[in-house]
Design a protein around this ligand. Sequence first.
Ligand code: NDP
Ligand code: 8X3
Length: 252
Amino acid sequence: MTKTALITGATSGIGEATSVKLAQLHYNLILTGRRKERLENLKSKLESEYSVKILTLCFDIRDKKATDEAVLSLNDEWKSVDILINNAGLAAGADPVQEGDWSDWEQMIDTNIKGLLNMSKLIIPGMIERKQGHIINITSIAGKEVYANGNVYCATKHAVDALTKGMRIDLLPHNIKVGSVAPGMVETEFSIVRYHGDKNKADDVYKGLTPLFADDIADTIEFMVTRPAHVNINDVLIMPTAQASAVYNHRD
Ligand code: NDP
Ligand code: 8X3
C-alpha cells in the first residue's frame, strides 16, 4: 500500500528537497508551510513528474489553532500519516544574549520547539492506533554544540535533540521509529532568514567552502525511511567535509 509522509516546511531548502526525494520513492505527501504559491507549485511539479498524490496545508506552525484545524481536517484518504518529517524551523538573529531580540527568540522557540511538539502530538495518536510510524526530527550541529551568538537557536535545537530521545522512549511500546538528522552548514534560505534578508551576510556564511546542499540531507532521510522494519537510525550528524565542528571550518 502507498505510504503517506507529512513534511513540515516544504516550501524551500531541506523540506523541499525531501519532498522531491520522497515523491521519487512514490510516497503520497502532505506538504506544509506558510507560502501558498510555493506549496502549489511544488504540488503541480511532483504530481506531474512522479504521479504521486500531494495535499498542501498552508498554515503558520506557531499558530496552534491553525495547525490543529489543518491536521484534524484530514479526511480518511490522508489522515493515516506513516512518516512525519518535523523540518520547519529557523534561526532568527545572531547576537550575544544580552543584545538578543525578544521577538526573534519567540519566533525560534514557537516554531522549532512548540510547533514541532504540537505537530507531533497531532500525528502520534494515529500512529499508535496503527501500531506503526516513523518520526524524523531535523535538529542541527547547534543541537550538539553551542557557539558564540547562537544562544537561543542552539537551545531550541538542543531541545529538539532531547525531545527526539524522549519521544523514542515514550513511543517504544508502540512500534514507532523516532530519529533525527543533525546537519552542519547547509546552503538554503536558512542564513537569509537568520540575517533578516541581508543577502551579503548570508553569502558570507558559505564563502570559501563547499557547504552541504539540501539534497544531501534529503539523501540521508531517504536512507533512514528505507531501512527494514527492524532497523531505526537514531541520529545522523552530517557535516560538510570543510566543517569539523560548529566553529571549525576550513575556508580557501
Ligand atoms: P529554509 O529557510 O530554506 O526552510 C525553512 C522551512 O521552514 C521553510 O519551508 C519555511 O516555510 C518553514 N517554516 C519556517 N517558519 C515556519 C512557520 N512559522 N510556519 C510554518 N513553516 C515555517 O531552511 P532549511 O531548509 O535550511 O531549514 C530546515 C530545517 O533545517 C530547520 O529546522 C533548520 O533549523 C534546520 N537546519 C538547517 C541547517 C542549515 O544550515 N541550513 C543546518 C541544520 C539544521 P514558510 O516560510 O513557507 O513558512
Ligand atoms: C544550522 C547550522 O551551524 O548555523 O543549524 O547552527 S548552524
